[in-house]
Design a protein around this ligand. Structure first.
Ligand SMILES: [Zn+2]
Length: 443
């Protein structure tokens, strides 16, 4: 099965921007790029009114939160979490399936082709939640890195979440290993890789953090968790463990090129260097960070230090959307505000975070750029619409005026979105289902 994409401008992510460019994919992989006369293929995608870029990568999310959007609109992270934990305690596999389909549909429609999902709420006696996530990604055609998250430090032990949503460490590790054995595919071009991901230093015991790292390394899978998101978290770690969040994580074995953190906002100079030197990744989530007033990540400093930095939409309960182009836009603006300089980040730098930066966080050297031998994941955005027509620099335009939707989206050499319409599911039906599920969950 071969597929040809003809683009107005083909942006490879390796420094090339090819006018009237084309890309040929076979069996899910890119085999050739060029310009002008194009080879024949089984299927041709006409994106001559578009900029085609590497498929966008979402390096941090919580899909289930699509069912709880709009709660605590003005709270801090800890206020917002305390209000939402009891609502999340009511989720089951069906809730997660409906919410994940909504989140994935929105991600795909906005040009995302590879996403992680950090799922850490597993209420007792509600089987099938992790399976629902994996099956939803298979149905919608999204390249997927599901995280088996967890919480084990309940209120009675000094943690933040109520005891009703925490699990026993042994049960977490057993289930996580079972999910790795069942779903993890390490091969190049893989559509599913499992990640081990205890939730945060304030909802997991240090012992579980350490044992999770050991389990992940035994199986050669990646590690992900929330680190240094707020000053409340920093105070919690200093009071309870006598260490700053990054120090604590390093002490527990959570540093290295198989680890990526969500947020990494409150880092001092030494921590910026250590994170970069260790090749630990950071998923920057600007919309969520601004929505919760968490702070501004030192993205420009991290990038300058050589760190792997990607972008995440974060859960839609603290963002209310899942558009990686918007995150690139927010990342650029926030970096400039933070550093009081328009040099802090440019549009192509923001686009790199949204593509190859996210792929590096997720450990995907086969994704994030358009080159022969890489996965055929492509997002095409119109540049002849009202928002972008006449834009001096169309690539900068995608970041400065982020598109509301993508025009065509190709994942693994297959069209998932054609002319702005999802081909793998019924968008209107997903909207009806999420409305009903959200209402039911609200009680
Ligand atoms: Zn998060």
């Amino acid at each position: 099965m071969s597929l040809l994409v003809r683009a107005g401008l083909l942006v490879t992510g390796t420094g090339q921007e090819i006018e009237s460019g084309w890309l040929l994919a076979k069996d899910g992989m890119i085999v050739e790029l060029g310009s002008g006369a194009a080879p024949r293929a089984d299927e041709t995608v006409d994106a001559r009114s578009c900029v085609a870029v590497p498929g966008l990568v979402n390096a941090h999310d919580h899909f289930y939160q699509w069912a709880t959007r709009g709660y605590v609109p003005d709270g801090t992270l800890f206020e917002w979490l305390r209000a939402l934990y009891p609502v999340w305690a009511r989720i089951d596999a069906e809730t997660v399936r409906v919410a994940a389909r909504a989140a994935m549909a929105r991600l795909l429609l906005c040009g995302c082709t590879l996403s992680t999902d950090h799922h850490y709420v597993f209420p007792h006696d509600r089987p099938g939640i992790f399976q629902a996530l994996v099956e939803s990604a298979q149905e919608l055609g999204l390249r997927f890195h599901p995280c088996r998250g967890s919480m084990s430090l309940g209120e009675s032990d000094g943690g933040l979440p109520p005891d009703s949503v925490v699990e026993k460490a042994e049960a977490i590790l057993t289930h996580t290993e079972a999910m790795i054995n069942r779903y993890h595919d390490p091969k190049p071009g893989s559509m599913c890789r499992v990640v081990v991901a205890p939730c945060s230093p304030f909802s997991v015991t240090p012992r579980l953090m350490r044992e999770s790292a050991e389990l992940a390394r035994k199986h050669g899978v990646r590690l992900h968790t929330h680190v240094a998101e707020t000053l409340d978290e920093e105070r919690f770690c200093l009071e309870k463990f006598g260490q700053r969040p990054v120090e604590l994580m390093e002490h527990l074995g959570w540093s290295g090129d198989d680890v990526w953190y969500a947020h990494g906002i409150h880092l001092n100079d030494a921590e910026v260097s250590r994170v970069a030197d260790a090749k630990t990744g950071v998923a920057h989530c600007p919309s969520s960070n601004m929505r919760l007033g968490a702070g501004a990540c030192r993205v420009a400093d991290l990038v300058r230090a050589g760190a792997r930095v990607g972008l995440g939409v974060d859960g839609s309960a603290s963002n209310e959307d899942a558009n990686i182009s918007v995150e690139a836009h927010q990342a650029l603006l926030l970096a400039r505000v933070r550093d009081r300089s328009p040099q802090a980040m440019d549009a192509r730098g923001a686009l790199r975070l949204a593509t190859s930066g996210g792929a590096a966080c997720l450990g995907r050297d086969d994704c994030g750029t358009l080159e022969p031998g890489k996965c055929a994941d492509v997002a095409c955005f119109r540049i002849d619409d009202l928002a972008h027509a006449g834009m001096q620099d169309p690539v900068a335009g995608l970041v400065l005026a982020p598109p509301a939707r993508a025009h065509h989206v190709i994942v693994n050499g297959r069209l998932a979105v054609r002319e702005g319409r999802l081909l793998t599911a019924d968008e209107d039906q997903i909207a009806r289902e999420i409305a009903a599920t959200s209402a039911r969950l609200a009680g």
